[in-house]
Each structure stands twice: as structure tokens, then as C-alpha cells.
Design a protein around this ligand. Structure first.
Ligand SMILES: Cc1cc2nc3c(=O)[nH]c(=O)nc-3n(C[C@H](O)[C@H](O)[C@H](O)COP(=O)(O)O)c2cc1C
Length: 153
């Protein structure tokens, strides 16, 4: 199984840290959208980003909306200041729908909180200063192990 994680982590490198932990389990590379020259050779594609104004980073949305999934398996990784909530703040569901529209089969999504110094939050040191933490990285590795198992079965 050949995998890749396409990651945009611009605010604090929070998502990159989680994506690297996942990539360690899947034994794959983490690349920025601009560094990826097609996804034809991959069986499993992860899309990872911080959440900005209620959605994944624009570069990841653009990538997903313009690529052909061709039935490939995909998963999501995100970090954010707020957890996703049904109906109100469901950035995972929105992105899963985009992936399906582009022809991917979505295997799962992982999210955790990330240090957030958006706007005035910076004055107070931000929210979730020490996230992602060790537990987040352990949880992300468990997620990857399940992903790996479900992909193989
Ligand atoms: C300009 C800006 C907008 C943000 N908007 C949201 C948001 O709408 N919802 C949320 O939960 N977090 C929001 N955040 C927090 C980021 O999602 C969080 O810090 C994330 O861990 C950043 O990931 P990165 O370091 O990988 O880019 C925002 C942060 C910034 C700087």
C-alpha cells in the first residue's frame, strides 16, 4: 500500500506535527499541495490542515475539488481551536462530502485541538497553548493503525 499525506499547516505547524505522527505509522511522506505531482501512484491519500474560518485551509479544498479520486481511499487530519459540531461547525463532514464528490472513498477523519493565536487571542497567549500534546499524538497514531487495518481488510 502506497500512501501520502497532503498537508498545509500555516499557523503554528500544529497539523504538520500530527500529520508526521500519522505518517510514521503509515510509513509515508507528508507534502504540501504544491509539492505533489499527481496522486495516481498512491492507494491511500490523507488530507491534513488547520481550520480557518470554519473550514480546511483553502489550498487543501482547492486540491480536493480539482483532483480525481478515482475510487482511491482517503482520510482527513485537522487541528483547530474548536471541535467540530453537528449542523453548526462541521468542517469534517463538509470536507468528507467534497472528497466523495471528487470520487474518493473516505475511511475516516481525525481532529484534535491546536494552539490558536487567532487575532486578540495572541494577547493572552492563545487557546490550547500546549496542543497538540502527547495524548493527541498517541490518539492520532491509534487512528492511523485502525485506518491501516481497515484499508488492508
Ligand atoms: C486566521 C485564523 C482563523 C482560524 N479560524 C478557526 C476557525 O474558524 N475554527 C477553529 O476551530 N479554529 C480556527 N483557527 C485556529 C486554527 O485552526 C488552529 O490554531 C490550528 O491548530 C492551526 O493549524 P496549523 O498550525 O496546522 O495551521 C484559526 C486560526 C487562525 C490563525
Amino acid at each position: 500500500m502506497k500512501s501520502i499525506i497532503i498537508c498545509k499547516s500555516v499557523h503554528k505547524g500544529n497539523t504538520k506535527e500530527v500529520a508526521e505522527a500519522v505518517a510514521g505509522v503509515l510509513d509515508c511522506e507528508v507534502k504540501e499541495p504544491g509539492e505533489v505531482d499527481g496522486i495516481e501512484k498512491y492507494d491511500l491519500v490523507g488530507f491534513a490542515a488547520g481550520i480557518y474560518y470554519g473550514d480546511f485551509h483553502r489550498s487543501i479544498i482547492d486540491f480536493v475539488e480539482t483532483v480525481k479520486g478515482d475510487g482511491k481511499h482517503a482520510f482527513l487530519v485537522s487541528t483547530s481551536g474548536f471541535r467540530p459540531l453537528p449542523f453548526f461547525n462541521n468542517y469534517e463532514e463538509k470536507m468528507e462530502e467534497r472528497l466523495e464528490e471528487s470520487g474518493f472513498e473516505v475511511l475516516g477523519s481525525f481532529t484534535c485541538r491546536g494552539h490558536d493565536e487567532f487575532g486578540p487571542l495572541k494577547l493572552f497567549g492563545g487557546m490550547y497553548k500546549n496542543r497538540p500534546n502527547g495524548k493527541d499524538l498517541t490518539d492520532s497514531k491509534s487512528f492511523s493503525a485502525k485506518l491501516f487495518a481497515s484499508f488492508k481488510s
